[in-house]
Design a protein around this ligand. Sequence first.
Ligand code: NOJ
Length: 535
Amino acid sequence: MKSLPWWKEAVIYQIYPRSFFDSNGDGEGDLPGITSKLEYVQQLGVDAIWLSPFYTSPNKDGGYDVADPRDVDPRFGNLADAQSLIDHAHELHMKVLADVVPNHFSDQHEWFQAALGAGPGSPERARFHFYDANPDGTPPNNWISLFGGPSWTQVADGQYYLHLFDSSQPDLNWDNDDVNKDFEETLRFWLDRGVDGFRIDVAHGLVKEDILKNHHDPQGLSNALRLDYPMDHETRNALLLSVPYFDRQGVHEIYRRWRKLFDSYGDREIMAVAEAWVHPPINATKYVRPDELHQVFNFDLLTAPFEAAHLYEVINRSIELNATVNALPTWALSNHDSPRVASRIGDEESRALALFVFALPGSSYIFAGQELGLPDGELSDSDRQDPSFIRSGGTVKGRDGARVPLPWSGDSTPFGFTSGKPWLPIAQSWQRFTVENQDKDPSSILNLFRQALTLRRQYLLASQKISWVQSPIHGNHDDSLLAFMRESVTVVMNLSSHSKEVDVPGEVLLSSFGDIQVHGSKKLLPARSCIWISN
Ligand code: NOJ
């Protein structure tokens, strides 16, 4: 039997370089810092790392404002450091994914600076979306930036340029050949240095339509796109069905071209995963058609409540939709853009859900620090750096809470992360989360993740099928239990706040929380817990 490509069921560990480990005492993580901790990452049992951007950048949006995609920002090191990181990861048998940011550059990119100097109508401006002002001086349309405020900024000669994000992130014009060629060069640049694939930022945003038309409800649309904004389901759905700057047909042509480029690297099995927030959910599967990308993020679990019916629905839907294009789903409980799962649903709940998700078919993403059970950092407004905080005048708190650096060792903050002052403060109460402390504690979440990832390889990966188990509790339906079988393992999660006895023969392989009382085939699951049983 031919084995699956490495990425199909990979566990991928996302590293936010600025917050991982600081090797030079400047308070910010860097590439040599990551390299020095790769053994730790490998011991977790992951297959690959994904590095959020480390390219030359004024860092107005945590490095997603790229001024030179083919060089390393001095705050993170240099190209030789990137090479050492890639090589060392490979020595440890881990793949490396880089982040590629094709929707926009930084305004400090030489192309944008040249465009400013070259003036209206120039080929330099044609690489971006520059348009004249309306006769009354207003911007070409009424779109609102995803970080708040208008998505147009005016330059000295009166033209406006489009930026879906911060004004320092001008959107690129993907109808322009230079743009296409430049990104192909960037992809090859990193592939030739050994990276094994890419995470594609805003993959659904590259092509815009109706750029000179006003949207009928720009504020509604802007709210609908915010995960934390309460809105009734139907209104949100209606608004998200047609976003003039997201999920346009043209993006798929770009990924078909990229797929050919990836495939030209032959048996290196290069892969790419799309960050594509699209609607309705079936549209996400278009990005993973056989001649396009390999994976698309499934963001459902970043917002899902810890509630059995809801989880069943979104998990099942993702498996079924991906199957229509012969793809496997991806699972993520946290990332650098959303509240950490432990803060969002609770400590015990997040341990249980992680165990549940690690047993599912497809690829699991872990956001660095999730294996330590980190909550969001408590920050004061003066600490915050996220452009969404700044551009919304502080009404949106932004994503800094999820980006607080990792606590490694010792008794006092900053817990070995840096010998200097960390770029975001690490609370003294995080002592209990340090790697050093959790290493020693057999019941820590860190050791739970290590065991889960070992057992996942041992017991689960031979088949990509699961079957849901309807009634694991004494033959009665219980809507606070979720269970499925995969291979010879039954996975049961108790979502209620009471312990529950389930009747499933076999040996308990792993439990998310505490010891399990076993009486023959009966097992007592603690509240908010998940167990794996080998039949
Ligand atoms: C998605 C990235 O994950 C996020 O951090 C960034 O702000 C936007 N894209 C813009 O690049």
